[in-house]
Design a protein around this ligand. Structure first.
Ligand code: ATP
Ligand code: MN
Length: 255
């Protein structure tokens, strides 16, 4: 079939031996018909010339390294259209005042989830938070700027053993600055801000905006509390002279 061949071309699978690659195995396991059609569409539009590596496999999404038709490196986050996280996704979306109609069908719900992450990236940029530049989304596929050189940039967690106390201090200030700027100026909260979702590439870059939302969301204060707690606990353990949780929380929420 045409689409199958197009996908194989994108994955560089013209040679048979490459069918043993991780890339092929994961693609084969998670690319359903919709995903293949979506990738083929993005391919025809020059947004994805090729996918050449698996950066990460998760419960909800897989992230691939790729290149667009102009030779720019891209990261492609592909949400699973079948996910055990359906309930959580539904609850998060239902609480977001920006999201109108909620599809009953899981596949379409995941499309809404993908679009929301794209919008969150755009919104975060507006408030001067360094994130991967969003390029395009369609259905369950999100294309964004690749953060890294040859290899994807490491997360704070990956390199924490080689960081100095002063690095942790700077990263703490950065992260707390992001929380405050998003909340105060952007009316927004990331919701999963941690050493796992900050990449280090010529400075810190915040990723994974799928659960981010706006202040008007009834869950936003809870998400803010979670971010503050995680960040204060982590950097506190690393020896940083961190803020007091209650003080910070009160300062931001005003109670
Ligand atoms: P979930 O937290 O729901 O499982 P996830 O963690 O799988 O989502 P992300 O955190 O967005 O999804 O991405 C997974 C990993 O892929 C990241 O930890 C990071 O290593 C890598 N990654 C994500 N986006 C980029 C990017 N733009 N450039 C380079 N690497 C990236
Ligand atoms: Mn993540």
């Amino acid at each position: 079939e045409v689409i199958e061949r197009e996908i194989e071309g994108m994955l560089g699978l013209r040679e048979r031996r490459e069918k043993d690659s991780d890339l092929y195995k994961i693609a084969n396991e998670v690319f359903d018909r919709t995903t293949k059609e979506t990738l083929a569409y993005l391919h025809r539009r020059g947004k994805i010339e090729a996918l050449y590596g698996v950066i990460s496999t998760g419960k909800e999404a897989n992230v691939f390294a790729g290149v667009d038709a102009e030779g720019n490196r891209i990261a492609v986050k592909i949400y699973r259209t079948y996910t055990t996280e359906f309930r959580r996704i539904w609850e998060y979306l239902a609480a977001d005042p920006r999201v109108g109609y909620l599809p009953k069908d899981m596949r379409k719900l995941v499309f809404v989830w993908t679009r929301r992450e794209f919008k969150n990236l755009q919104r975060a940029i507006k408030y001067a938070v360094r994130v991967p530049e969003p390029v395009i989304f369609r259905n369950n596929v999100l294309v964004m700027e690749f953060i890294g050189d040859e290899l994807p940039a490491p997360r704070i967690k990956d390199v924490e053993r080689s960081l100095e106390p002063s690095d942790f201090e700077e990263l703490y200030d950065f992260t707390m600055g992001v929380i405050e700027r998003l909340w105060k100026r952007g009316d927004m909260v990331h919701g999963d801000l941690s050493e796992y979702n900050i990449l280090l590439h010529e400075g810190p870059v915040v990723i994974d905006w799928s659960q981010a939302t706006v202040k008007r969301n009834r869950m936003s204060v809870e998400l803010l509390r979670r971010d503050l707690r995680n960040v204060i606990n982590y950097f506190g353990r690393k020896g940083v002279d961190v803020d007091d949780f209650d003080d910070k929380f009160r300062e931001l929420v005003g109670v």
